[in-house]
Design a protein around this ligand. Structure first.
Ligand SMILES: [Cu+2]
Length: 229
């Protein structure tokens, strides 16, 4: 999965693991069933002088073909469900100690990001507001407060394997921990109108020094003046 799209979050590997597990299990049964299907078509094709056999479908040697794979597939389902619950609890039910919060607001058709300024707190005069560019520090647990101003949107960061719907009137919390620096795509993953396709952004994952410098350079000047003695 890493080769197709890099993973830049602490839990991305677990989600990739789930996708690989589901692909292998369903892929195995898919190829087995298709192989069997074509083999039976070929094996029992029409032959000169051989009359077709009548089967009611209820004979034991026939129903076995359904019941045995049926039980094996239920076992595979249980494996998938158990693995999925484990990842769900880790990512959605459990929130680690949060280092910083950011507010993410979707609207037709742009993202607004509110970063805490130098004081590290949201909703203070030194907050830094940007459009379509989110700046975070690597190796920090970031909590996002996701909102929408108008319709349903979905905050999707493919390199984090993160996708969360934004619902007007609600603030939805989630978290991520970036493990790699760099700039990556953010996209809206919920059809939200004519401009949905261009509702994208970038996430910039920076080292502590780079992030510090960015915060310093972008803190609103009035707030900076008020804060300095
Ligand atoms: Cu949208």
């Amino acid at each position: 999965m890493e080769r197709l799209i890099p993973n830049a979050s602490s839990y991305g590997g677990d989600i990739d693991g789930l996708i690989v597990l589901v692909t292998i299990l369903t892929g195995f049964w898919f190829f087995l069933a298709q192989g069997m299907f074509f083999w039976l078509i070929w094996r029992f094709r029409a032959k000169e002088g051989v009359p077709a056999q009548y089967l009611s479908g209820g004979e034991k040697h026939v129903t076995r073909w359904i019941t045995i794979p049926h039980y094996l597939i239920i076992v595979c389902d249980i494996v998938i469900i158990a693995a999925a619950i484990k990842v769900w609890v880790e990512v959605k039910q459990h929130t680690p100690a949060i280092d910083e919060q950011v507010r993410v607001v979707g609207q037709q058709w742009a993202w607004t990001f509110v970063h805490p300024g130098a004081d590290g707190k949201l909703d203070t005069p030194d907050d830094i507001v940007t459009t379509d560019d989110l700046h975070v520090e690597v190796n920090k647990n970031i909590q996002f407060l996701l909102e929408s101003k108008d319709v349903l949107h979905s905050f999707s960061v493919p390199v984090f394997r993160l996708k969360q719907d934004a619902i007007p009137g609600r603030t939805i919390n989630g978290w991520f921990k970036a493990i790699k620096t760099g700039s990556f795509d953010i996209q809206c993953a919920e059809i939200c109108g004519i401009g949905h396709g261009v509702m994208n952004g970038r996430i910039h994952i920076e080292t502590a020094t780079e992030h510090q410098a960015w915060v310093q350079a972008h803190t609103p000047t009035a707030a900076a003046a008020a804060a300095s003695p």
